[in-house]
Design a protein around this ligand. Structure first.
Ligand code: ATP
Ligand code: MG
Length: 353
């Protein structure tokens, strides 16, 4: 029996509702597999914790998390009550940085049973791999001068190490997919950072002769996501470009309520963190109507990362069969409750086993 110690942080709003649903699915996956045992340890960190303790997590929180294999997170945020820089900065960003989760992975796939907002969508299956630690979102810069000459400088930081790491990850996952990696660039506008990014991509690609590589300017690539997403396989991008592309990817899938994500420490020195794209959705929290699919698909990504790709695909099968039979929550135009959706996903997984 392979035991896995997982830290669970449900967080705020619908995070507290959808996380237990996804844990039921993971328990079902473990049962079907027969050789996996999960040990869940739940931490009540987030904005409610902040309102009581004036901190989003205890001061030894990061050290505590280091003793787990992976982190499974719902959502954090209480708009209006806790400012974003506290809720995000005090938990999510802190974990991502201190546990060196430098790669953000977001699938954009048209699931069976989903309707894309694109007019004539062919099925598509893209994996956006985003550099998550540096690039355009660095803290280097500032404001200079006053009055009419005032200006702001924002410096991007691109290191060969971080660029190569995210590119190597993208190229190696492409080997288990359709063997094509598209790199997002803008070397015709950003004179220093992007030619460097392109050089590193060319260098790193040498070691993957079996992978077809393409570099595309971010503007043309964003248009391609909307016009012909089916031609794309793996897309590797810097922090800013990856942020934008993964949001477009989420949009063309049909609903933010289904979009999954992972923040990976690919060296496996520290735990990685699996959290859906959506936030705490205070407008629908506590009503039992949140779509659990984003969290469940995120659980599937955790299974993949733990090396259980076969059982992970059974989870995705359960999700798709549920969508095909039209058991959908309100965000997808249906009238099913959150638990009804989870129950159908589990029933389909069991039927397939
Ligand atoms: P954050 O700043 O934490 O990312 P946000 O304000 O960007 O949050 P969300 O909390 O994701 O956004 O909510 C955006 C909209 O999508 C809301 O109307 C919310 O109800 C809806 N939504 C988000 N997640 C889900 C879900 N799982 N099921 C149904 N609706 C959802
Ligand atoms: Mg948001």
């Amino acid at each position: 029996m392979n035991k896995h110690a997982i830290a669970v942080i449900p967080g705020d709003g619908i995070g507290q509702e959808v996380v237990p649903e996804a844990l039921k699915v993971l328990e079902t996956a473990a049962q079907i597999h027969g050789g996996i045992a999960f040990e869940w340890t739940t931490f009540p960190w987030g904005c409610e914790y902040y309102l009581q303790h004036e901190t989003m997590m205890p001061s030894d929180g990061i050290e505590t998390l280091k003793s787990f294999e992976q982190i499974f997170l719902g959502a954090v945020g209480m708009p209006g009550l806790v400012p974003d820089h506290i809720s995000l900065g005090g938990l999510l960003l802190k974990i991502r940085q201190e546990l060196e989760q430098s790669i953000n992975v977001r699938p954009a796939k048209l699931l069976c049973g989903m309707k894309s907002p694109l007019a004539d969508p062919q099925s598509f299956d893209i994996l956006v791999v985003r550099e998550n630690s540096e690039g355009e979102y660095s803290d280097v810069g500032g404001r200079v001068h006053n009055g009419p000459d005032e200006m702001a400088l924002q410096t991007s930081v691109f290191t060969r190490k971080a660029c190569a790491r995210v590119m190597e990850y993208a190229l190696s996952v492409a080997q288990r997919r359709r063997r094509h990696v598209t790199s997002a660039t803008k070397s015709n506008g950003l004179a220093h950072s992007m030619p460097f990014w392109d050089d590193v991509f060319r260098d790193v690609s040498q070691a993957y002769p079996d992978i077809q590589t393409t570099s595309m300017h971010i503007d043309a690539l964003a248009a391609l996501f909307v016009m012909k997403p089916h031609v794309l396989d793996v897309v590797v991008a810097s922090n800013l470009f990856g942020d934008i592309l993964s949001d477009i990817g989420g949009a063309i899938m049909g609903s933010i309520g289904i979009a999954p994500a992972a923040n990976l420490n690919v060296e496996r020195k520290y735990p990685s963190m699996f959290e859906p794209v959506h936030g705490s959705a205070p407008d629908i929290a506590g009503k039992g109507i949140a779509n659990p699919i984003g969290q469940i698909w995120t659980a599937k990504m955790m299974l993949d990362f733990l090396g259980y790709e076969d059982i992970a695909s059974v989870v995705l099968y359960g999700i798709e069969e549920t969508l095909v039979e039209n058991v959908k929550t309100a965000d997808l135009g249906g009238s099913a409750t959150m638990t009804e959706v989870t129950e159908r996903v589990i029933a389909h997984m069991k039927a397939a086993a």
